[in-house]
Design a protein around this ligand. Structure first.
Ligand SMILES: [Zn+2]
Length: 160
């Protein structure tokens, strides 16, 4: 008989930068998406946040739950947790979806069974986000690529 809470099928594991926090989800995750919203960009310090979402009953802490610190934004109805030692954002929960948990895609070591093919909050997208523009090598700096100068921004969306 398997122990309570043990996975019954394939899992995807992940953790924070310092290794104090470890978790796993049952594969496949429910869905995955890119969030261009200002709050998620700031919470993760990135151009856009890529999340994997799943049911809480398909998520398990393996190590370090006690190493987490939480930030609750009561107005937005969101709670974000991060490792108090290394600062890695670990979970993102919404009060209106209490049985669901979201985890940054970058924390997983393997595929999660869902590709991030959805984009949310595009109207909040940062105008400095790299969007697949053509790149050319930067002369004198091997390995560094640069975007070609643009005469005018084609997309006027301003994320500031
Ligand atoms: Zn950590």
């Amino acid at each position: 008989m398997k122990p309570a809470g043990a996975p019954s099928g394939p899992v995807a594991r992940g953790g924070c930068v310092c290794g104090a926090v470890r978790f796993e989800i049952d594969v496949p995750a429910v869905w995955a998406w890119h969030d261009h919203g200002l709050a998620s960009r700031r919470a993760q310090g990135c151009a856009y946040a890529t999340y994997v979402g799943t049911w809480k009953r398909r998520f398990r802490w393996l190590e370090g739950e006690a190493a987490l610190t939480r930030y609750e934004d009561a107005e937005a109805g969101t709670t974000r947790s991060f490792c108090r030692r290394c600062g890695t954002p670990v979970t993102y929960e919404k009060a209106r979806s209490p049985r669901f948990i979201n985890i940054p895609r970058a924390l997983f070591e393997t595929r999660t069974g869902r590709e991030p093919r959805y984009h949310m909050n595009l109207t909040e997208r940062a105008d400095w986000t790299y969007w697949g523009e053509p790149l050319g090598p930067l002369k004198g700096y091997p390995g560094v690529m640069r975007e070609r100068p643009r005469k005018k921004r084609l997309d006027p969306v301003d994320g500031e």
